[in-house]
Ligand binder design. Structure first.
Ligand code: ARG
Length: 604
């Protein structure tokens, strides 16, 4: 019985118990939680809530329930049902846990997946790079969090549509065009920019931004260039297209290096250029647009505490917000999504609040069907990351440094390893992605080289290492995982093994008594939780929950392995069980890492 089914089972036997005991539980919400594993695998406070209603002693009511529930658990799903401080705790039986082990071995890569999503469409937008800017370490957050969310949603039976929404439109391109024209005027050569376009263009942009700080009137020149770009000026169009082309190539290099799944769509802000007028007309027809003192158009959101949502500026230039409105409408029409998710840092909370509110006023259900999956921004110990102030660590530098260190470690620990460079890349990526994913996305992260390149403790490489270690044991045992699969274990409660004709090569009549130790049981119980963790991640969009889980599972495996021999175990029955246990552990680590976008090499 899997986690979901056993929770339904608890609900069923709970209402049956209530009936038998003569309690009316119609007004008691039976919620099931997963307590600390020391207390049990599941718990409910339903008896507590009921006792309060009846003004009775909670523990007494809980004990009454626990006794009745024990009688009702004919299927022996649980080995223990007991009351503590008014809670009812449930501990899974060995039988249930072993059935789950068999299931992992049978379902292999599919273990953990579900059809919960029922094919409903989820649009996930992430990795929204900005044209003509080299990505820095902070840009990785949206990419890896979004990629992991997408993978988890896929695994839970949703239809997913990914989109990048790159920043390829706005006044900044007017400023860049102006800067480039000035550069040519002063004798600069286009060839010199072409050598390393992203870096060089960014330099021009930064320089111009600094000049604007000295002389704000220069900004107007940039604005003018943008307005003429919007009007279709040929020269400006060509320049802009060149910036975009170079940037797209650059982004895709990062995407593929980072092993972020390819995107279904790459519809940047400029894609919505011709879709904005219709939005303005629509809003206007509903009387939602006000003209401001200096001629700007906005939707008044003061009464919602959200200020003014500016759609067209006084110089006639369209805004980022207006493009987002057009984006929403386009996606709704094109994809008919169930949910539309924006993985964007929390400095844009206000922006998304304004946007969703305008859509609501317009008649859409944005407050329910769209979600800003926000994350805390990454900064450096010396403060905010700013390309302009030069306080930045670019992504490329991090990637290169991580590769170098991973290779050094492999050279030290396993110099004979084949494909060293390729494995080093996987380890480096694991360190980088996990660093980002393991923090609750809501928290701010401080990037330090030491933390960002850690390979021990709660890190991606630690999990990869547990996985590779298991494969090492399996290689030595001459038992390939595939031979183990297909020989499910059938243990009966009472700690006696009833084996099928053949368990991992052991004839059935040799099947002795198997008494599982605490470490083995603990690993089994962690394995049982995996599908539930994925359900949680797919609801809360918190990949760090999966990281925590995998860390605990790897630790459980390590404690088991320190105390329980596998290769040295004399009892063939027990040895066979342990081989199955570690095989399943490796499988779940692999499945979990995949959902974080991290590969699990068999040797490292
Ligand atoms: N490119 C934007 C920025 O760097 C982020 C885009 C977020 N997505 C959106 N639909 N607004 O600020």
């Amino acid at each position: 019985m899997d986690s979901e089914t056993s929770q339904k089972y608890i609900l069923d036997i709970f209402s049956e118990a209530a009936e038998n005991l003569g309690f009316n539980v119609q007004n008691v919400r039976t919620e099931i939680i997963q307590p600390d594993l020391n207390f049990g695998d599941f718990a409910t406070n339903a008896a507590l809530v009921l006792a309060k209603q009846l003004k009775r002693n909670p523990q007494e009511v809980a004990v009454q329930f626990a006794d009745e529930l024990k009688n009702l658990d004919q299927q022996e799903v649980f080995s223990e049902i007991y009351a503590a401080a008014g809670f009812i705790n449930f501990r899974l039986s060995q039988k249930t846990l072993l059935a789950n082990l068999s299931r992992i071995l049978l379902e292999k890569d599919g273990f953990g997946s579900s059809q919960r999503g029922n094919g409903k469409t989820m649009v996930v937008e992430y990795f929204q790079n900005n044209v003509a800017k080299p990505p820095h370490v902070g840009h990785l957050r949206s990419a890896v969090i979004g990629d992991s969310i997408l993978r988890v949603l896929k695994s839970q039976g949703y239809k997913t549509i990914s989109d990048t929404h790159i920043g390829d439109w706005g006044v900044q391109f007017g400023i860049l065009i102006f800067a480039f024209k000035e550069f040519l005027k002063n004798g600069g050569k286009r060839e010199n920019i072409e050598k390393d376009p992203i870096v060089e263009l960014n330099k021009l942009y930064v320089e111009m931004s600094n000049n604007i700080e000295q002389d704000p009137s220069l900004r107007d020149k940039g604005k003018e260039e943008f307005v003429s770009l919007e009007k279709g000026d040929t020269e400006n169009r060509e320049l802009w297209q060149w910036f975009v082309k170079e940037s797209l190539e650059d982004f895709d290099k990062y995407r593929s290096w980072l092993d972020v799944l390819p995107f279904n769509h790459n519809l940047g802000e400029s894609f919505y250029e011709d879709k904005m007028p219709a939005v303005l007309e629509g809003l206007n027809a509903k009387g939602l647009i006000t003209t401001g003192e200096t001629g700007e158009s906005y939707v008044d959101l003061e009464s919602f505490g959200l200020g003014r949502a500016i759609l067209v500026k006084s110089d006639g230039g369209t805004t980022y917000l207006l493009r987002d409105l057009a984006t929403y409408i386009f996606r709704k029409g094109e994809f008919d999504f169930y949910k539309n998710i924006y993985v964007v840092d929390n400095r844009q909370s206000h922006h998304f609040k304004q946007m969703f509110k305008v859509m609501e006023l317009f008649g859409y259900k944005a407050a329910q069907d769209s979600l800003h999956v926000d994350f805390g921004f990454m900064s450096l110990p010396e403060g905010a990351i700013s390309t302009r102030k030069g306080t930045t660590v670019n992504l490329k530098a991090w990637i290169e440094e991580a590769n170098k260190e991973a290779l050094e470690i492999i050279n030290e620990k396993n110099p004979e390893l084949e494909n060293k460079e390729a494995i080093a890349k996987l380890v480096a990526l694991a360190a980088i992605k996990y660093f980002d994913l393991s923090h609750n996305r809501k928290t701010e992260i401080t990037f330090t080289w030491e933390n960002a390149l850690s390979f021990e403790g709660n890190t991606g490489p630690y999990m990869q290492y547990a996985h590779a270690r298991i494969f090492g044991i399996l290689r030595k045992s001459n038992t390939t995982p595939s031979r183990l699969v297909g020989t499910p274990l059938l243990f009966k409660e009472g700690r006696t093994a009833v084996s099928p004709p053949n368990i991992g090569g052991v004839p059935a009549d040799k099947a002795g008594e198997v008494v599982l130790n605490q470490n083995e049981l603990f690993v089994l119980r962690k394995l049982y939780q995996f599908p539930q963790v994925l359900k949680q991640v797919s609801q809360d969009f918190l990949p760090n929950l999966l990281c925590n889980y995998l860390f605990e599972l790897s630790q459980a495996f390590n404690s088991f392995y320190e105390s329980s021999p596998v290769l040295q175990e004399k009892d063939p029955q027990l040895q066979s069980f342990r081989l199955n246990l570690i095989t399943a552990t490796a499988q779940v680590i692999k499945n979990g890492l995949y959902l974080l976008g991290i590969e699990a090499p068999e040797e490292m």
